[in-house]
Each structure stands twice: as structure tokens, then as C-alpha cells.
Design a protein around this ligand. Structure first.
Ligand SMILES: Nc1ncnc2c1ncn2[C@@H]1O[C@H](COP(=O)(O)OP(=O)(O)OP(=O)(O)O)[C@@H](O)[C@H]1O
Length: 286
């Protein structure tokens, strides 16, 4: 993404965003609510908004697809998206096998191999129970539906897979399964752009993060190092909050404390020294 700027009715919501993701890499977009993560994701996928103007470049395999909907993009510049709400991302009345099959056909898979292609994709996301392809979305759990969405996204063999908080609505067990599917399936040339507020998810899945604030990239770097060497106040806050959650309940961080550089001693309970805190945080981040 080069200097991507998005304005809606004259208001700048994404402001000169610049980042890149390599084939096989898992990149996380972090940022507070309203920082522009979803709009940035929309630009990658080519979804427009009423009243939106866009400038800058979205380069997929060297091809600028900024402002071009998926149907007007060349085959080597395919991007697919997985949304938070799997229920509304799938057609409620069509079997999941048929939905995946349609996507395969649309992307040039010969009719004779569509059936096995559907079975392979469902198996790749751990849904190889007999009869699974004939179910409609309401006959699946939330986690299973999200895995169908991933299979559907992979059916178009995307160069980039954008996942916008795909695990937020799931319980921890379903979350872990979906993350494992993404970890295994994104590779072989696909780049993942994963949007989340959840640091544990980000550090367990992604190798690098880009932090957005007010529509701008404020920090980027490898995970988990970015979190314990955070420079921007938002990243520091996020890191400190997540770290505080790992402390015993009687050992919370003082309100005036910003990690990692300016620890102060709380009045009641002594905190670890700067050195041990850093070591703890490094261990926590790992
Ligand atoms: N359709 C729209 N019209 C006008 N403004 C919008 C529209 N969609 C989003 N915005 C504004 O753009 C900014 C960025 O929104 P965006 O949805 O990208 O945030 P986000 O970082 O994804 O937040 P969250 O984590 O809460 O989903 C916000 O100020 C939001 O109010």
C-alpha cells in the first residue's frame, strides 16, 4: 500500500497509509476503534463507500488495484476477505458445498473436479465430516461457519487474504481452531492481513504488526518485540494493558505508569524492577 488516502464526504479517514506484506507472511493491523483498520481492509479488497474518494496505490503482485472491485482485477491480483460476522457472509439458504463450488467454478476450476475441490477445501479447514457439504449455514456452529468462510476465501486462490476480526465472535476453543486453520492455510504464496484488537491473538498468529491511529501508520515492526519496545502511546497502552492482565490480581500497574520505560513504584505493592519487568514482559510476549 503506497500513500493510501481515503476521504468520505471530504473527511480524511485514512491518511497516507504505507505498508507492505510479503507472500506467506502474516501481518497484523492493530489500532483503536475508529483508527481506520476496516477502511484500509476495504481498500485492499476493493469495496467502496458512498461519497468516498481514494488516492494512492494498492499494489497486489505489482498490479495497482486501488479502487477496482474484485471482478475488474486480473487473476494474479486476487484478494479475498473473511469477515467477523460469518452468518451474514454466507447465503443462509444455499448449502456450503454449493457456495464453495460456485466460487471454484467462477475461478476456472473444471466442472468435473469441483466436487473434489469442495471436499478438499472443507477438509483443509477441518470440516471433513460426512454430509458437511450438504448443510446450510444455520446447521453449523459459529466456529464451523467461520472455517467455511476461510474455505470460501481460499477457493479463489487469493494472493492476499484479509481477515477482519474473524475470531472476535467465537469462544476460545473455536478461536484456537480458526487461528490454527489460518496458520496452516496461509502460506504457499498467500499473504495474510489480520485485523484485531486482541494482542494475544496477534502475537500468536502474526509475525509483524502495523499500528494505526487516526488513519495513519504510527508504528510497525516484528511481533512480539514491537509490543515491549513500543514507542507510540497507543501501542504502549495496549502493551501495558495486556501485560497488566497477566499480573496477579493484587499486583496491578499504577495508573501513571507507561511501560516499558517509566515504571514508578505503586504505593501499596512493590512492582518488579525495571530489569525484571522487561524480562517478564519479554517472556509474556513470547
Ligand atoms: N461509511 C462511512 N461513512 C463515514 N465515515 C465512516 C464510514 N465508515 C467508517 N467511517 C469512519 O472512519 C473511521 C475509521 O473507521 P474504521 O471502521 O476503519 O475503524 P476501525 O479501526 O476498523 O474500528 P473498529 O475496530 O471499531 O472496527 C471512523 O472514524 C469511522 O467513524
Amino acid at each position: 500500500m503506497r500513500n493510501l488516502t481515503m476521504r468520505v464526504h471530504g473527511r480524511t479517514l485514512v491518511d497516507g497509509v504505507d505498508f507492505s506484506v510479503e507472500p506467506g507472511e502474516r501481518l497484523c493491523l492493530l489500532g483503536a476503534s475508529g483508527s481506520g483498520k476496516s477502511l484500509t481492509a476495504r481498500a485492499v479488497v476493493g469495496q467502496s463507500l458512498p461519497g468516498m474518494t481514494l488516492s494512492g496505490q494498492v499494489l497486489v503482485d505489482g498490479c495497482d488495484v486501488a479502487g477496482r472491485p474484485p471482478s475488474r482485477r486480473p487473476a494474479n491480483a486476487r484478494v479475498a476477505m473473511v469477515f467477523q460476522d460469518s452468518a451474514s457472509a454466507l447465503h443462509p439458504l444455499i448449502t456450503i458445498g454449493s457456495q464453495i463450488g460456485t466460487t471454484l467454478r467462477r475461478h476456472g476450476v473444471p466442472a468435473a473436479t469441483v466436487r473434489s475441490g469442495v471436499d478438499d477445501l472443507l477438509a483443509s479447514v477441518g470440516l471433513d465430516t460426512p454430509g458437511m457439504a450438504s448443510r446450510v449455514p444455520s446447521q453449523l456452529s459459529g466456529g464451523q461457519r467461520q472455517r467455511v468462510c476461510i474455505a470460501l476465501a481460499l477457493a479463489s486462490r487469493p494472493g492476499v487474504l484479509v481477515a477482519d476480526e474473524p475470531t472476535t465472535a467465537l469462544d476460545v476453543v473455536a478461536q484456537a481452531t480458526v487461528l490454527e486453520v489460518l496458520r496452516q492455510q496461509v502460506g504457499a504464496g498467500t499473504a495474510l492481513v489480520f485485523i484485531t484488537h486482541d494482542l494475544a491473538v496477534a502475537t500468536s498468529l502474526c509475525e509483524r504488526a502495523v499500528v494505526l491511529a487516526s488513519g495513519q501508520v504510527v508504528e510497525e515492526g516484528p511481533l512480539p518485540e514491537l509490543l515491549w519496545q513500543a514507542k507510540h502511546p497507543y501501542t504502549q497502552e495496549l502493551s501495558a494493558a495486556a501485560y497488566a492482565q497477566t499480573l496477579p490480581s493484587d499486583q496491578t500497574l499504577p495508573s501513571d505508569q507507561t511501560l516499558p520505560s517509566d515504571q514508578t513504584q505503586p504505593s501499596s505493592q512493590p512492582l518488579p524492577t525495571d530489569q525484571t519487568l522487561r524480562a517478564d514482559r519479554a517472556a509474556w510476549a513470547r
